[in-house]
Design a protein around this ligand. Structure first.
Ligand code: SF4
Length: 115
């Protein structure tokens, strides 16, 4: 009887290890997808928002918000909706459901990060 319980416990622990390994494998999938899920300029929302990977290429006639000296200092990396580090090449943006945008990019939803 005790031996059966010991086996049961051992079997339970094995199942736990296997389940843990499975969970690790499953949790790695979304991270991998997220790592490659960069917003592209040709997507409908990106086009509507004037998103550019390189902010210097923004059509300032269409998006005058980025015109002039003040506009020239607007980048995704200093936008309050950018969740990446200030020097990150890419980071999540809440406008794009936390998909990755370029730190040197810009879109018309830009809002200054609080100092
Ligand atoms: S909302 Fe901000 S971080 Fe997101 S794409 Fe526009 S400028 Fe970049």
């Amino acid at each position: 009887m005790n031996k059966d319980k010991a086996i049961d416990r051992r079997g339970f622990l094995k199942m736990g290890v296997q389940a843990g390994g499975g969970m690790l494998a499953l949790s790695a999938i979304p991270l991998q997808l997220l790592a490659d899920d960069k917003v592209t300029e040709d997507e409908a929302l990106a086009q509507a928002m004037g998103y550019k990977l390189d902010a210097s290429t923004v059509d300032t006639a269409r998006f005058p918000k980025r015109a002039g000296d003040a506009g020239a200092n607007q980048f995704c990396h200093n936008c309050t909706l950018f969740a990446g580090a200030a020097d990150a090449e890419y980071g999540p943006c809440s406008i794009f459901q936390n998909r990755l945008v370029s730190g040197k990019g810009w879109c018309n939803a830009w809002v200054a990060k609080p100092a």
